[in-house]
Write a protein of this length. Structure first.
Length: 307
């Protein structure tokens, strides 16, 4: 296990370096100057001081070296170009907590309901419960989140007036974003659990257990569930990272000051440091969750070989 962890952590670090390097150079390859609009009316000396402060008077390679040195030695992602005095690390920590509230609730609710619907669909294949679940799954995958969000806003905010349209700070502001974000998770897990359960239920060892007289309930509880749910853990990698960075459309619609909201604003403002910092955070979260899932696989299923 120790060798496995060292190897996986090594791969994780290499992946992060590649992502950081690619993001840094791609951002700096965009034509134009991120400070040109802000500093165009300033005196030349003041403008020069701004460029020197953010290192924009140096070559891209020198800027990259300084960025990596600060990141490795201090964990410093730099200062926002758009909002001087605002440090990227502080912004990430503050806004990621906001994103985690509706996103985390949506993930928990989505997995719980999706797994139940997937089980129901698998146990009633080609019957009306299966058709209903698959219809819900198709809607969850095909209906864009902005359409669902707008529809819910119209019904519950405009027509019924029971929930606020936008804003943050009250538990009522969490309800609609959570529902919108959980819909896709429900659809994904319902389809995935159904497919995995049907595949496991057709395996020879399941048919043998049933032939020996083991009740269907015990077969499903002891054999089908574990083997069907294990592959579903892979979905968690994208789902967890999506809590913070993949919900920017929902955050924009509902006016939630989360990480995705600021990520979009930083792109519009050409705030290089904020874009790079958010990308680094999302990449780290993705590879870290992947590491946890790999470890969980080896613990839950002894058949998986640890190299």
């Amino acid at each position: 296990m120790k060798k496995f962890l060292v190897k996986r952590i090594g791969y994780m670090l290499i992946t992060l370096v590649i992502i950081i390097t690619a993001t840094f150079y791609m951002m700096h390859s965009i034509p134009g100057d991120p400070l040109a609009h802000m500093a165009r009316n300033l005196p030349e000396q003041t403008k020069a001081n701004y460029y020197a402060k953010y290192g924009l008077d140096k070559s891209t390679t020198e800027q990259y070296g300084i960025f990596m040195k600060n990141l490795i030695t201090k964990g410093d992602l730099g200062e926002s170009l758009k909002y001087p005095g605002t440090y990227i690390t502080d912004t990430l920590l503050e806004n990621s907590r906001v994103s985690a509230t509706p996103g985390g609730l949506a993930l928990i609710i989505g997995i719980f309901i999706g797994v139940i619907l997937g089980i129901v669909a698998a146990l009633h294949k080609n019957k009306w419960p299966d058709y209903i679940v698959m219809f819900i799954a198709i809607l969850g995958i095909t209906v864009p989140v902005f359409v669902l969000a707008s529809l819910l806003q119209f019904v519950f905010c405009v027509q019924l007036g029971v929930l606020p349209t936008t804003g943050w700070g009250s538990w009522k502001n969490v309800i609609l974003p959570t529902v919108v974000l959980s819909f896709g998770t429900i659809a994904t897990y319902a389809r995935y659990v159904k497919s995995n359960m049907l595949d496991v239920m057709n395996q020879d060892y399941i048919l043998t257990a049933e032939a020996k007289g083991v009740s269907r309930f015990n077969v499903i509880r002891k054999h089908v569930m574990k083997n069907a749910f294990l592959p579903c853990m892979t979905l968690l990698v994208g789902q967890v990272s999506g809590i913070f960075t993949g919900s920017f459309v929902v955050e924009k619609i509902f006016g939630i000051p989360g990480l995705g909201f600021y990520y979009i604003n930083s792109i519009n403002d050409r705030d290089y440091t904020m874009i790079i910092g958010t990308t680094v955070f999302a990449a780290f979260l993705f590879v870290f969750v992947q590491l946890i899932v790999d470890i969980a696989y080896t613990v839950l299923d002894p058949r998986i070989r640890v190299d």
